[in-house]
Design a protein around this ligand. Structure first.
Ligand code: HEC
Length: 144
C-alpha cells in the first residue's frame, strides 16, 4: 500500500513535467476585439472567452496535469477555430464561416460539456442561445 502511494505520488509529480505550452494570456491589440452589443458581449465573455479569446480565467486545478492537458488542448483548439480577441484581423470569409457555424455549435456542443461541469455559470439559457444566434445571423448577413 505504501509503495503504491509513493508510486502514485511520483507519477503525479512526473506528469507535471509532461506539458505543452499554451499561454493563458496572449497579447493582442484591443482594437481587434469583436464589437457586439453589450448583451451579446456579456454572454460571449461569460461562456466562450475561456477558450475563444486571448485571455482565460481558469482555476488553479486546471493548471495541474492531467487536467491541464485537457484545458490546454481546448484552449489551443478553441482559439484556432475562433479567437474573439482578434476578430477584426480575420477576413470576411473566416468571419462568415464562424458565424455560420455558431448557431448550430451553441445548440449541440458549445460550451463543451466537460467545461460546464466546472463552470455552471457558463451554461447558456434558451434566451442566451436565441440572442447569440440572432446576432450571428444578422452580422453574417451584413458581411455577405
Ligand atoms: C472549454 C472550451 C470552450 C468553450 C468554453 C467554448 N468553446 Fe467553442 N470550441 C472549443 C473547441 C475545442 C472547439 C473546436 C473543436 C470542436 O469543434 O469541438 C470549438 C469550436 C467552436 C466553433 C466551431 C464549430 C464548428 O462546427 O466549426 C464555434 C462556432 C464555437 N466553438 C463557438 C463557441 C461559442 C459561441 C461559445 C460560447 C457560447 C463557445 N464556443 C465556448 C472550445 C470551447
Amino acid at each position: 500500500m505504501k509503495k503504491f502511494l509513493i508510486g502514485t505520488a511520483i507519477l503525479f509529480i512526473a506528469i507535471q513535467f509532461i506539458d505543452f505550452d499554451v499561454p493563458a494570456n496572449l497579447h493582442t491589440d484591443a482594437n481587434q476585439e469583436i464589437k457586439a452589443p453589450k448583451e451579446v458581449m456579456d454572454i460571449l465573455q461569460r461562456s466562450c472567452y475561456d477558450c475563444h479569446s486571448s485571455s482565460m480565467h481558469y482555476p488553479w486545478y486546471s493548471k495541474v496535469a492531467p487536467v491541464s492537458w485537457f484545458t490546454k488542448s481546448h484552449i489551443q483548439k478553441g482559439r484556432t477555430v475562433v479567437n474573439f480577441s482578434i476578430w477584426e484581423s480575420y477576413d470576411d470569409e473566416k468571419k462568415i464561416k464562424v458565424l455560420d457555424h455558431l448557431p448550430k455549435a451553441i445548440k449541440i456542443r458549445m460550451p463543451l460539456n466537460s467545461y460546464l461541469w466546472l463552470h455552471e455559470e457558463a451554461k447558456l439559457s434558451d434566451q442566451d442561445r436565441k440572442m447569440l444566434s440572432k446576432w450571428a445571423d444578422e452580422l453574417k448577413f451584413e458581411l455577405e
